[in-house]
Design a protein around this ligand. Structure first.
Ligand code: HSE
Length: 444
């Protein structure tokens, strides 16, 4: 069978990894796919660099539209990123009847509904394994391996940059700003790391996993997004003393009322495997009603790990090219005509309706009755306390200090009730600083 012809849009880190791995493993990949996979064209603004990477093996052009216009190209691999030109090119490639492989989580999380609809109308595939957790085959696992299950929840460390920063803060007792600079120096964090540290990148990935897990449309606009910029090494240390690690988790959960979709720092019991995922590694835990809890771990970024996911998609497409679209695995795991209705039955819940437990650190005047007032306000809001610890005043404020930190762990409660109670507690004259509130996930 004729090798499938691939055009790469962008040959940076992931594109060059894709080219090298396809070359190195071409014989084994051909045996798996049943036909060869050839990168025939590469478009990149830096044509000199692109030519250095591919040599004579592929035609290099500066204009991505030349790739899309070439009738010989069967699959377009979009590795440009972002919502701008990448969106236009993906839609043009689909309109030209090309299958598309993309690592672009931002694009699919925000414009996925439009893109998948266009692809369905044209009878082409849009594959995106590389968009979530890099080399970990989590899309395949959720969409195919766990297809028997009613999935209950998914929780993942799906941003390596922030996990690296949190690991360093814990290991070295350093503050966020110091570690961020180090991460940039080492090349882990982008020069503009906003999407990573503010949780946006993780929310794009969680949005995609939510859609596949529950058969609902992609709804990034309804995700709750909170990053790690306000975390202190003090809270990381206290959490550690209480038997928890703080991780930036992307969480999506099915409840009676709808779907939770949220990204925020979370205390996770140290005894959970996912709490021990350190550095830039990623991990995703999926709980299905039949299978129970499963864990997927690996590199969430990098040249060849991400190329591994891109090529897996290319192999799927090479096998299914020319097949009846009705016989293919649906792009979002569920048949497209069922998504909207499921989205209405399972709306994404506002954060006020999310139920979780909390770590609170409250800086108070170290005097009689302070703790009683706080616990009374929590009790009035129906919030049950799991544990209370008071730090030594000297440890918190230095010798002779009359301030101290109260650390309170709560049982599950509605976020809206917690917001109300915290506003009241914050108003007490004996509460001396903004309260730190970090959500806690037992993941059991
Ligand atoms: N910036 C991402 C991360 C990698 O730090 O995990 C690509 O998704």
């Amino acid at each position: 069978m004729k090798p499938i012809q691939v055009g790469l849009l962008g040959i940076g880190t992931v594109g060059s990894g894709t080219f090298h791995v396809l070359q190195r493993n071409q014989e084994e990949i051909r045996r798996r796919a049943g036909r060869g996979i050839e990168i025939a064209m590469v478009a990149d603004l830096d044509t000199t660099r692109a030519k250095q990477i591919v040599g004579d093996a592929a035609k290099v052009v500066g204009d991505a539209r030349e790739v899309i216009a070439n009738p010989e190209i069967d699959v377009v691999v979009e590795l440009i990123g972002g919502y701008g030109i990448a969106k236009a090119l993906v839609l043009e490639a689909i309109a030209a009847g090309k299958h598309v492989v993309t690592a672009n989580k931002a694009l699919l999380a925000v414009h996925g509904t439009e893109i998948f609809k266009a692809a369905a109308e044209k009878g082409v595939m849009v594959a995106y394994e590389a968009a979530v957790a890099g080399g970990i085959p989590i899309i395949k696992a959720l969409r195919e391996g766990l297809t028997a299950n009613s999935i209950q929840w998914v929780a993942g460390i799906i941003n390596g940059t922030t996990n690296f920063i949190l690991s360093e803060m814990r290991d070295k007792g350093l503050d966020f700003d110091v570690v961020l600079k180090e991460a940039q120096r080492l090349g882990y964090a982008e020069a503009d790391p906003t999407f990573d540290i503010e949780g946006v990148d993780a929310a794009h990935k969680a949005t995609l996993m939510s859609a596949i897990a529950f058969g609902i449309p992609v709804q990034f606009d309804k995700a709750y997004v909170e990053g790690i910029t306000k975390l202190t090494s003090t809270d990381i240390k206290y959490a550690e003393q209480l038997g928890y690690r703080i991780k930036l988790l992307g969480i999506t959960k099915r409840t009676d009322k709808g779907v939770e979709l949220r990204v925020h720092p979370s205390l996770v019991p140290t005894k959970r495997l996912i709490a021990n995922v350190e550095g830039a590694m990623n991990a995703v835990v999926v709980h299905g009603d039949a299978v129970g809890t499963t864990l997927y771990y690996g590199k969430g970024a990098g040249s060849e790990p991400t190329a591994s996911a891109v090529i897996a998609d290319l192999v799927d497409i090479a096998r299914m090219d020319g097949s009846d679209p009705a016989h293919r695995v649906p792009a979002l795991a569920f048949q497209a005509n069922t998504l909207a209705a499921a989205g209405n039955e399972l709306p994404v819940l506002p954060m006020a309706d999310v139920v979780t437990s909390y770590y609170l650190r409250i800086r108070v005047a170290d005097e009689a009755g302070v703790l009683a007032k706080i616990t009374t306000l929590l009790a009035n809001a129906g919030i049950s306390i799991d544990a209370v610890i008071q730090r030594e005043a000297d440890e918190v404020g230095g010798e002779g200090s009359n301030q101290t930190d109260l650390i309170i762990l709560t049982h599950d409660t509605r976020e809206g009730d917690m917001d109300k109670a915290l506003a009241e507690i914050q108003g007490l004259p004996t509460v001396l600083a903004p309260i730190t509130r970090i959500r806690k996930e037992e993941l059991n």
